[in-house]
Write a protein that binds this ligand. Sequence first.
Ligand code: NOJ
Length: 534
Amino acid sequence: MANEWWRSAVIYQIYPRSFKSSSGPVGDLAGITSKLPYLKSLGVDAVWISPFYPSPQKDHGYDVSDYRGIDPLFGSLKDADEMIAKATELGIKIIVDLVPNHTSDQHPWFQEAISSPDSPYRDLYWFRDGRGENGEIPPTDWTSVFGGPAWTRVADGQWYLHLFDSSQPDLDWDNQVVRTEFESILRFWLERGVAGFRVDVAHGLIKDRSLPDWQFHWDMVSGRDQTDIPPAPMWDRDQVHEIYRDWRKIVDSYGGMLCAEAWVTDDARRSLYVREDEFHQCFNFSFLASPWEPDAMREVIDLSYEVNGGVGAPTTWVLSNHDVVRVASRMGLEKTGKGPNGIYATDPQPNFELGSKRARAAQLLMLALPGSAYIYNGEELGLPEHTSLPDEARQDPTFRRTKGEEAGRDGCRIPLPWDSTKPGAGFSPTGDTWLPQPDGWERFAVDVQESDPNSTLAFFRKALALRPELELGTSTIEDHSEGSVLDYRVGDVRVLTCFNDEAPVPSGWRVLLSSSPISNTIGADTTVWLTQES
Ligand code: NOJ
C-alpha cells in the first residue's frame, strides 16, 4: 500500500484558462507555477490540469490537435517542464488530461482524412455514407451530447461521427493505429514526469460497429437515472475495458495512476472501470449528482463503498468540476442534485447563503470519507456560479448547439479572484479576463479570505491539514446513521451531518471542526468532525 498515494489523495482540479494568468486574459502554465506554493499551503497532494495541448479551443482544449505539445496560449513545453519540476520540489503530483475519444478537426490525421474520399486516414475515424437516395440522411439518428446531430457531412458527401461538437471527430478505437498512438502519448507524458492521467469520456471509446439507431440522449456527468433506456451502442461497451488493461501495464511501469471520467449511472457497472488491472480511480458522479437529502446521500455513500469494495478499489469523491454548476450555487437551488447546464439571469436564482452553507457541509462530509477527493479550482474560495453572463460572452459549444436552450458551462469557469485590490481581481497582470467576472468577485479573493479566520479558504486549509492527521482518507468507515442525521465513524473520528434537522452535540464527544459555527447544537445543513473526550 505504501505507494498507493492515489487511494486517499486530495486532488485539485485546475482549469488552466481560468486559474491564473502570467500574461493576458487567459490563464497559463507560468500562472499555475506561480501559484503552486498556494496549493501547497492549501494542503493538496496532487493537481489535475484540464487540457493544455495545442487546440483550436472550440471546446476549450478538449479538442486536441497535437497531443505532445502545449498550446502557445498556455506557454511552451519548457513551461510545462518548469511547472512539473516546481511541483515535484513541493511534493505535489501533476496529473494531466488525456482526450482519447476524439481529436480536434484540425488534428493532422483528420486533415488528411478530409483531403480525399479515399484517404486511408478515414479509417482512424468514423466516416460513413449517409442514408437516403443521395446519402443526405445521417448514417444513424444519434445525437451529440452537446445537442444537435452526432454526424456532420463533408464536401464529398460522406459523414463523420462526433459525439460532441462537430470540431471533435470520434476516433475508431478498433483500429490498432489509434491504440498504438495513444500508448506512445502516455509514455511521452510519463517520461516528462507526470504522475498520471485523468481520462476524458473513458466510457465512450468503443462503438457498436453495426451502428444501430439509438435515439436517446446521454447526459453529461449523468445525474439522471439512465438505467431504464436500452443499452447504448456508443457508451459503456464491454470491449472498452481491454484498452485500459493495456494502459494500466504502461502506467504501472512508471508508478503512475489513471482516473476515469465515465458517465455511467449504474454504480456496479461503473465499478468495473476500477478493477485491479484497469483504472486506479473513477469519479463518483453519483455523489456529485445526489440531492442534498439524508437518505439519498447515505444511499450513495453506502452503495459506493459496496460496489468499489467489491473490486478492491477506493472511492473517488467529487462535488464540482468544469462541467457543472458550481456546488455553492447548485446546493442553493430549489431542487438539489446535478442541476441544470448553466443558469441564466432570468432563471430562478440560487439562494447563495443556503447553497454555501450546504456546500461546506457536503465538502466536510466528503473530506472525511475514506478514499480520494477532488476539489475544483475556486471551490476552496466558495465561489458561486456566474448567473448573469451576457449571451455575447458565452463560449461553451453547448450554448450554441442547443440554440440557447442550455446556458452552458461558462458560469463555472470564471477566472479566479486572487487580489481584491487589482483590476480583474488580480487574475492577470493586465486585469483582462477571458470571461467577465461578476460584480463583487473581489470579495472572494484569496487576499480577503487569507485575512479572515472564518473564510471558506481558512476552513478548507483546516480540513485539509486535519484530514491526514486524523487518517480520515485511509481509515475504515462504519455507518451508525439513524433518522435524518448521517452518523459515520471513520477510524476514531465521528462525522455527523445534519440536513433539515438540528441535533445536539453528542455527550462525550468534542468538536474538532464544523462546517458552520455551532454551539451545543449542530444546526441544519452542517457537518461536524468529533473526537471522543478522553
Ligand atoms: C468531458 C469534459 O470534462 C468536457 O469538458 C468536454 O466538453 C467533454 N468531455 C468532451 O471532451
